[in-house]
Design a protein around this ligand. Structure first.
Ligand code: GSH
Length: 275
């Protein structure tokens, strides 16, 4: 395998898991922040998608990680990973904070005009995810649990009985990547689980594990947890002002074009659900 194209944004836990895995294995890759046309046609805006050495785009973070050389993940571990996601529905509690956080994602495409185009178009995805989460909350699904600590206890216990700083022992395994992807998600737009992760005495091993992961991924360019956990590091580098301006221009256009953009969001959301 010589190169992987990944489509997604680093606010997604599953995109994060894939990017962490590629970083861990030192695989050459590039990140596309808007869906390539073939992806849009088949699976809409669903992320992550990856194309390995020019092969057709494929979905599913666990499957992409398996192709990169990580082990399979058992269904029970997968359920426990997914359960640690609770609280994420609070991301759009503040519409401005949500849109602003998405505006910061740097693009590495060249030349500049493509970055400006990408940022303009990407505002549509912010609209998509904003409405998707809001619709989910509005429908009454995804109620808050009694507390946000319990979802991490299974991992706290695994770490207690493990042999090394990581769930994989002395080196991170697929579980470390998936769970750390969720942690990045809780940190990228701070949501209530971040408070318990930082301060709840019942999660001391989880905190040590996050620190071990922060140290391991110190030079990873999408690390959000360094802002809140030791060893501290700055948030990922922001998109330059001109590119952020293109994003906000796109955002205004998406809003003015509601008669077109809202049906498009609905169409793409239904398409994802069908596939
Ligand atoms: N099981 C998938 C989950 C991917 C996923 O849920 N991605 C979200 C972003 S975090 C998405 O693109 N959702 C679009 C939608 O549900 O319409 C994986 O692990 O890759």
């Amino acid at each position: 395998m010589s190169h992987i194209d990944v489509y997604g944004v680093n606010h997604s836990p599953w995109v994060q898991a894939v990017l962490l895995g590629l970083h861990e294995k030192g695989v050459d890759h590039s990140l596309k922040i808007v869906p390539p046309f073939q992806v849009l046609l088949t699976t809409g805006v669903m992320m992550p998608a990856a194309s390995i050495d020019g092969e057709p785009w494929q979905l599913e973070s666990a499957e992409i990680l398996r192709r990169v050389g990580f082990d399979d993940i058992s269904p029970s571990d997968m359920r426990a990973i997914q359960a640690a996601w609770q609280g994420v529905l609070h991301r759009p509690d503040s519409a401005f904070r949500f849109w602003h956080a998405f505006s910061l994602h740097r693009d590495s495409d060249t030349p500049l005009w493509r970055r400006l185009r990408n940022q303009f178009l990407r505002s549509f995805m912010t609209l998509y995810f904003f409405l998707l989460i809001r619709a989910f909350v509005f429908s009454g699904k995804g109620q808050d649990p009694e507390n946000f600590t319990d979802q991490f206890i299974v991992w706290e216990e695994k770490l207690e009985h493990g042999e090394g700083p990581f769930l994989g022992g002395n080196v991170p395994c697929v579980l470390d990547l998936m769970l750390f992807g969720i942690i990045q998600c809780h940190c990228s737009i701070p949501v209530p689980p971040l408070e318990v992760l930082r301060h709840d005495p019942r999660l001391s091993r989880t905190r040590s594990w996050i620190s071990a992961m922060n140290a391991r991924f110190a030079d990873y360019e999408h690390l959000y947890s360094g802002v809140y956990f030791e060893p501290h590091s700055p948030a990922p580098e922001r998109a330059p002002a001109l590119e952020r301006a293109a994003y906000w221009l796109g955002a205004a256009t998406m809003v003015v074009s509601f008669p077109v953009t809202i049906p498009l969001v609905l169409f793409l959301a239904m398409r994802v659900r069908r596939t």
